[in-house]
Write a protein that binds this ligand. Structure first.
Ligand code: PEP
Ligand code: MN
Length: 357
């Protein structure tokens, strides 16, 4: 069932509510099954009411309090994802890894071939051995042509088998509520929202609601048509406002393409994202450049720009792969060297503050 989620921002007369004022407002919103969330802005604190939208009586009661100035929007349009929001200290934990503390590398097949489950499992072990912290494997695929292989519900079992054999968290893309339900029930750790669905607000809301409090993280790709950074962060805000703030932003190349590359590489937006939002940035160089031979450089560029990690298509034998694997998957041996280099750049980034000032 879909319920309305509204974020009404309360602006107090002073820069923040006193403890007593806070408990007065909290008690009122509780009566209406809503929650109050403090959001610390640059200059003042504002308070979000999260809950069902049309509670005019509740709103009027709060407006009637003499210490409340008005209802309004916070400085930023992003109540939850903004760097200055109350969630700014939020951490996403996946397996043994706290995202942001050391490079987070997700690697594995673009697409799981249900006819060859062992190949996926072997690649999963190989990427783990290479140093990956999570495993990717496409169960359902968004294909340009309707006649191409679209994925298979049965591949969820293969993905979960890789999880239990390696002990690593697993990632897969979901494109609709049927797939979402299967993935959540199976216990997939990271749900990928693909470039084609990053603007599908109904799906973003369903994902936020269905993954709430389930320790499932969302890897939100940047749509190939997304221009302004704010459009990308707004998509994340949809998921957070619907209940799940465990969101990683994933630049993956945009259109129009750069001649020779699959898309227009956009890892350079990482510092801009990290300034505006607290969300970790995990760059996808494979869909960006689209050819295995360009992937390592693009991945290292992403880390240089300050990304918290990368998602890489990696396959033991790319020529035997399906989906994108034959053209843009790197072999685990290449991945291993890449992860060593990523760690070296990470160490440099953390030793020196490269602000350019
Ligand atoms: C993928 O990760 O295999 C994929 C289809 O990605 P995107 O949504 O970025 O095209
Ligand atoms: Mn792919």
């Amino acid at each position: 069932m879909h319920f309305f989620i509204a974020l009404i921002m309360i602006i107090p007369k002073e820069s923040k509510l006193t403890v007593e004022q806070l408990s007065t407002v909290t008690a009122i919103v509780k009566e209406y099954d809503c929650k109050l969330q403090a959001i610390v802005g640059h200059h003042r604190s504002v308070y979000a009411i999260v809950g069902e939208e049309r509670k005019t009586v509740m709103v009027n009661r709060i407006l009637g309090l003499d210490f409340i100035d008005r209802f309004d929007a916070v400085d930023s349009p992003f109540k939850l994802m903004d760097s200055s929001s109350e969630l700014a200290q939020h951490k996403i934990v996946l397996g043994n890894h706290i995202v942001g503390e050391g490079p987070f590398v997700i690697a594995g097949h673009c697409t799981i071939d249900p006819k060859n489950p062992n190949l996926f499992i072997e690649s999963a072990h190989a990427v783990k051995e290479a140093g990956a912290k999570a495993i990717r494997g496409g169960v359902w695929k968004p294909r340009t042509m309707p006649y191409s292989f679209q994925g298979d519900d049965a591949s969820v079992k293969i993905l979960m088998e890789a999880r239990s054999q390696t002990g690593l968290p697993v990632d897969t893309e979901v494109m609709d509520e049927h797939q979402l339900r299967i993935a959540v029930e199976a216990g997939v750790d990271i749900l990928q929202v693909g470039a084609r669905n990053a603007l599908n607000y109904s799906l973003l809301k369903s994902i936020g609601q269905m993954t709430q409090n389930k320790k499932i993280a969302i890897l939100l790709k940047r749509s190939m048509g997304m221009g302004p950074i704010n459009e990308f962060i707004a998509a994340a805000e949809y998921i957070a406002a619907a209940g799940n703030p465990d969101i990683m932003l994933c630049p993956r190349g945009t259109n129009p393409t750069m001649d020779g590359y699959r898309n227009y590489p956009d890892e350079s937006i990482t510092p801009l994202l990290k300034e505006k939002t607290w969300a970790p940035v995990i760059v996808d160089p494979c869909h960006s450049v689209g050819r295995a031979k360009y992937v390592p450089s693009a991945a290292l560029a992403a880390i240089s720009y300050g990304a918290d990690g990368v998602i890489i298509e990696s396959h033991l034998d790319p020529q035997r792969g399906i989906g994108d694997d034959p053209k843009q998957s790197i072999k685990p041996a290449v991945l291993k060297q890449l992860i060593t280099d990523i760690e070296a750049i990470w160490a440099i980034k953390n030793r020196t503050v490269l602000t350019g000032n």
